[in-house]
Design a protein around this ligand. Structure first.
Ligand SMILES: Cc1cc2nc3c(=O)[nH]c(=O)nc-3n(C[C@H](O)[C@H](O)[C@H](O)COP(=O)(O)O)c2cc1C
Length: 397
């Protein structure tokens, strides 16, 4: 493999280093994967407005998310089983994020526990929660996140029923892997991964095993998860979560203005426009395509974040231009982690920062907080474009 210049290079490396079942787990969406693909494809359709002869010698990517300073408007999204992409994956990703100065979100379905990651890193991270039927467990895990110094809670509301991902079913995915000839083969053909995994202690769901009632090993865990995702989840529960947590809360998985409003009514400090990376409702629109209507309706009331399909700094810039305050990346850093551990996550962040900075400069902008729709090129397409063209008209006048 030659120079690593873009996220696609990290993906290629990850494919060679991570056992197939875990690589596929990351690189998949539900059913036909239409929404998964649309998330990235629809970024490519958005064009940028080039400006020249602007002094771009001083530039800044710095901003604040939920009142916390960040080196750029990017956060690492919660990704379950991160510790199966690379041994101690959550610790390595959290460290890379802390060194870079961006937030790391830890999935409730992580391999390393909240406490293990908190001990191994200095910068507070965000904790992501799924609502389970056992409210005792949910209350305890919120308290554990608080005790570990987590600085925000990400309440994910779009996965009370698991979307069907064909690759995972075909691969008979589990963590740690099953001991069938097929699974053993997938592991032994990735010796560096296997060696690191043998050396580390964290190989099962650290936030759940030993904490949820009756869950002491892997088989009891699968049964617990299957029966525990709470199909009766309602906004009242999210209100309860906010009260129990008492700190900044992001409600993640919003694609409809009405749901965004409900999240605000429950006390959300931010909402994340997300379709779970195309892993839940296949056929839902791409996140970037619904972002503008949600920003129009709710942008003055709440901080708006988004995720889904972001594979470059250009994608980050486009989301910022359309009104996102923060952009979360999932697979872009997971491929880096699978490829090269902590160095790979750092590399992914550096690639994105460089692309964001160069794109901003070539659009004639100096500060990432000042980007707007005026930096996008809509051609002569009608609709939303009219307002932008009118604004440009004023600017030119
Ligand atoms: C392998 C994988 C596991 C994920 N696990 C979780 C999770 O545990 N909790 C959660 O809220 N979102 C989870 N997500 C969704 C991400 O937080 C995020 O919404 C998505 O990855 C964004 O799309 P992108 O990967 O194209 O950037 C997961 C995504 C992937 C790819």
């Amino acid at each position: 493999m030659g120079a690593i210049l873009e996220i696609a290079d990290l993906k290629q490396l990850a494919r060679r280093r991570v056992p197939k079942m875990f690589f596929d787990y990351a690189d998949s969406g539900s059913w036909s994967e239409t929404t998964y693909r649309a998330n990235s494809e629809e970024f490519r359709q958005i064009k940028l407005r080039q400006r020249v002869a602007v002094d771009i010698s001083e530039r800044s990517l710095k901003t604040a998310l939920l009142g916390q300073e960040t080196a750029m408007p990017v956060a690492l999204a919660p990704v379950g089983l991160t510790g199966m992409q690379h041994a101690d994956g959550e610790i390595l990703a959290a460290r890379a994020a802390a060194d870079f100065g961006v937030p790391f979100s830890m999935s409730m379905f992580s391999i390393c526990s909240i406490e293990t990651v908190a001990q191994a890193t200095k910068r507070p991270f965000w904790f992501q929660l799924y609502m389970m039927r056992d409210r005792g467990f949910v209350g305890d895990i919120i308290d554990r996140a608080k005790a570990a110094g987590c600085s925000a809670l990400v309440a994910t509301v779009d996965l009370q029923m698991l979307g069907q991902r064909h690759k995972d079913l075909r691969n008979r995915l589990s963590a740690p892997p099953r001991l069938t000839p097929k699974h053993i083969w997938q592991v032994v053909t990735r010796p560096a991964w296997a060696f690191e995994m043998l050396r580390c202690k964290n190989r099962t769901f650290g936030n759940v095993v030993g904490h949820a009632k009756g869950v002491s090993d892997l088989s009891s865990l699968s049964a617990w998860t299957a029966e525990q995702l709470d199909l009766s989840l309602s906004w009242k529960d999210i209100e309860w979560v906010k009260q129990r947590w008492g700190g900044p809360m992001i409600v993640k998985g919003i694609l409809d203005v009405r749901d965004g409003q409900s999240a605000i009514d429950c006390g959300a400090d931010a909402i994340s426009v997300s379709n779970h990376g195309g892993r839940q409702l296949d056929g839902a629109p791409s996140s970037i395509s619904v972002l503008p209507e949600i920003v129009d309706a709710l942008g003055s009331k709440v901080e708006i974040h988004m995720d889904g399909g972001v594979r470059s700094g250009q994608d980050v810039l486009k989301a910022l231009c359309l009104g996102a305050k923060g952009v979360h990346i999932g697979r872009a850093y997971i491929f880096g982690l699978g490829a090269m551990g902590q160095a790979g996550v750092k590399h992914a962040l550096e690639i994105i920062a460089k692309e964001l900075d160069m794109t901003m400069a070539l659009c004639g902008e100096r500060n990432v907080t000042e980007l707007s729709e005026l930096n996008l090129y809509f051609g002569t397409r009608p609709g939303r474009t009219a307002g932008v063209l009118a604004a440009l008209g004023e600017e030119y006048a």
